[in-house]
Ligand binder design. Structure first.
Ligand SMILES: Nc1ncnc2c1ncn2[C@@H]1O[C@H](COP(=O)(O)OP(=O)(O)OP(=O)(O)O)[C@@H](O)[C@H]1O
Ligand SMILES: [Mg+2]
Length: 393
């Protein structure tokens, strides 16, 4: 794994680009995020989270050893570690509870605010499709977050990294992950939680050993609108490519901004391409602009589907998933479905794919379509070289 040398500033300066080679998803940011409604001590005291001592986490991660780095984001590096599940003290590697400890490497108010926002939300929201936050460390200048370890890492790694460990996900697993992530978002938007996530992207979708998807990273989350308002007014934050166009233009944040980001991720899953990829030829660097014309036509859909899942899906399944992505990506937010509708559509899609007869018919059709496809367009569908660490800029 990476040595955790490069770090991206998260939400300090406006509209900066990447620092670690992953400039395909530059982070949108502002000089500050609005304060959370509860005070710091209220948040820390009211949560049922464990407060860890820095030395315990240092020992648990074997002194933050570079080879225990699981990944790196704008916040800092994420380290694998082991703790005793009863005492929460550091345990011998390979024993007890496996954790992922995210260590803030940024000084200043901004990092602290995102750290606190994460505790505020993940300390109170619980759902099978949200990652579990076990605790935090708040000692001197040290700020850490301690999560359950997600053995299959992020969706980003599975879609865009080419290593023996991260095998390409099958069609069925992609649809399972899409459904799990959709359920997570649906819960956040529900009257029970009323939260806008604001950072839906492949690196924030983590996978357990059974490929159940769990959303992580709530540092940019916001309470949904109240008092009958339809949007929350905010500074523009998020990640280039994933943030909804109207949100970027106005700062008006709604649940439909998350739906747009969901459409982006679904499209990335169907095509195996990053939403913004500067390594591709001009005209193909923006996935949405490039893919949209193909998605509208059942006969042309296969020209943009990920070659690594060829023959695994039905014509109808692919067309429905593509149509769902297109709907989520509607320029007009009101034409986007809500997350409940997205969940329903994905559930129906799973039922459809369970019926094998449609699939064999479609596979034949698929093969005929592929035969007519121009070679040059397929050649262009090579994957970007994996970045040294899965960090969004
Ligand atoms: N609980 C976890 N279990 C296993 N791996 C994790 C866990 N949390 C994070 N990771 C890994 O660490 C990587 C970095 O995570 P992090 O959330 O810090 O940054 P990011 O999502 O890649 O970028 P950004 O800062 O823009 O959100 C993730 O992509 C994932 O591969
Ligand atoms: Mg993340």
């Amino acid at each position: 794994m990476g040595s955790c040398l490069s770090a991206r500033i998260k939400a300090e300066s406006p509209l900066h680009a990447g620092t670690n080679g992953k400039d395909s998803s530059s982070r949108l940011s502002s000089s500050s995020i609005p304060p959370t409604p509860r005070s710091e001590s209220e948040i820390l005291e009211s949560s049922n989270l464990k407060s860890f001592g820095f030395n315990d986490l240092k020992t648990a991660t074997r002194n933050f050893r570079p080879d225990s780095v699981l990944g790196e984001g704008g916040f800092g590096c994420v380290f694998k570690g082991w703790i005793d599940e009863h005492t929460f003290k550091a345990a011998k590697p390979g024993t007890g509870l496996v954790i992922a400890a995210k260590r803030l490497n940024q000084e200043g108010l901004q990092g602290h605010k995102e750290w606190l926002t994460e505790i505020n939300y993940l300390g109170t929201l619980h759902h099978p499709n949200l990652v579990k936050l076990i605790g935090y460390c708040f000692e001197d200048e040290h700020r850490l977050l301690v999560y359950e370890f997600m053995p299959r890492g992020s969706l980003e790694n599975h879609l865009f990294r080419r290593t023996a460990y991260f095998q390409p996900l099958s069609w069925n697993l992609r649809m399972k992950v899409a459904l799990g992530a959709a359920k997570g978002l649906c819960y956040l938007h529900s009257p029970e939680a009323k939260v806008i996530y604001r950072d839906f992207k492949t690196s924030n979708i983590l996978l357990d050993s059974h490929y159940n998807a769990k959303l992580s990273d709530f540092g940019l989350a916001k309470d949904g609108p109240i008092d009958g308002k339809s949007y929350v007014s905010t500074r523009v934050m998020g990640t280039y490519g994933y943030a909804a166009p109207e949100y970027m233009a106005t700062g008006h944040l709604t649940t439909k901004s998350d739906v747009y980001s969901f459409g982006v991720v679904l499209l990335e899953m169907l095509t195996g391409r990053r939403v913004i990829d500067k390594n591709r030829p001009p005209g193909e660097q923006n996935l949405i602009e490039w893919a949209k014309p193909y998605l509208a036509s059942k006969r042309r859909i296969f020209q943009v589907m990920d070659v690594r899942i060829e023959g695994q899906y039905s014509l109808r399944g692919a067309a429905r998933a593509a149509a769902l992505a297109v709907k989520c990506l509607s320029t007009e937010p009101k034409y986007r479905p809500n997350m409940e509708e997205v969940v329903k559509a994905l559930e129906q899609l799973q039922d459809l794919d369970a019926g094998g007869s449609i699939k064999s018919e479609a596979t034949r059709k698929h093969q005929r379509t592929r035969g007519r496809e121009s070679l040059s367009s397929r050649k262009a569908a090579s994957y970007p070289k994996p970045s040294p660490s899965p960090v969004a800029a």
